[in-house]
Design a protein around this ligand. Structure first.
Ligand SMILES: [Ca+2]
Ligand SMILES: [Ca+2]
Ligand SMILES: [Ca+2]
Length: 187
C-alpha cells in the first residue's frame, strides 16, 4: 500500500456510501433518506416493522442521524452535503472510539436483521437474501461472503461482521476485507 493510494480508497468508499444513503438522489442526505434506508433494510430482512429487530434498527438509525447532524452538518441546515459527508466521515474514521459510539449500534442491528434464524451467525444464504434486496448480484454477494468469512468456517460471526463494518468505514487500505461489505463497487 502506498501513502498516495490510501486516501483514495477511503474517499471512494465514503462517496459510494453517500450514494447508497441518498435514496432520492437529490445530492443531500436528510432524515428521510436515513429513515428510508432503515425501512429498506428491515424490508430486506423480511421482519415485521414492529418486531424487536426492526425497532432496534430504527432506534440505531435515529442515533446515526443525530450523530450525522451533530458531527457532520457544518452549515447547520439539517442536511448533509457530499462534501460534508466526505470530510466528516474521514474525521470519524480517524477519531478513536467514534466507530464504537456511532456505527457499532447500526452494525449490530444489521447483523441481527440478517440472522433470520437467530443462531448467532450469518449463513451464505442469509447473506445472499439480504444483499439481493439491495441489488447485488449473486456472484458479488458470494464473493463478498468469502472475503468477510475471515476464519473460513462457512458462516459470518458477529465479530467478522463488526470487523467488516469497522474496516469499511475506517480503513484506508484498498485491500481491506471490509471493503466488500457493500458489494463490488470498489473493484
Ligand atoms: Ca437525499
Ligand atoms: Ca443465522
Ligand atoms: Ca466465519
Amino acid at each position: 500500500m502506498t501513502i498516495a493510494a490510501s486516501p483514495d480508497a477511503l474517499d471512494r468508499k465514503i462517496d459510494l456510501n453517500f450514494g447508497q444513503i441518498d435514496l432520492d438522489r437529490n445530492g443531500l442526505i436528510d432524515a428521510s433518506d436515513v429513515l428510508g434506508l432503515a425501512a429498506r433494510t428491515i424490508s430486506a430482512s423480511g421482519q415485521d416493522f414492529d418486531s424487536p429487530k426492526a425497532v432496534a434498527m430504527l432506534t440505531a438509525s435515529q442515533g446515526w442521524w443525530r450523530a450525522l447532524v451533530a458531527d457532520l452538518d457544518t452549515n447547520r441546515d439539517r442536511k448533509i452535503q457530499r462534501h460534508e459527508y466526505r470530510a466528516g466521515m474521514r474525521l470519524l474514521a480517524e477519531a478513536p472510539g467514534a466507530f464504537d459510539d456511532v456505527l457499532r449500534p447500526m452494525a449490530l442491528a444489521v447483523f441481527r436483521l440478517m440472522d433470520r434464524n437467530d443462531d448467532g451467525t450469518i449463513s451464505a444464504d442469509e447473506f445472499w437474501d439480504f444483499q439481493r434486496a439491495f441489488g447485488s448480484s449473486e456472484a458479488a454477494a458470494r464473493f463478498a461472503f468469502e472475503k468477510l468469512d475471515t476464519d473460513r468456517n462457512g458462516v459470518l460471526s458477529e465479530s467478522e461482521v463488526l470487523s467488516a463494518f469497522r474496516g469499511f468505514y475506517t480503513s484506508t487500505d484498498p485491500d481491506q476485507v471490509g471493503n466488500h461489505l457493500f458489494g463490488d463497487a470498489l473493484n
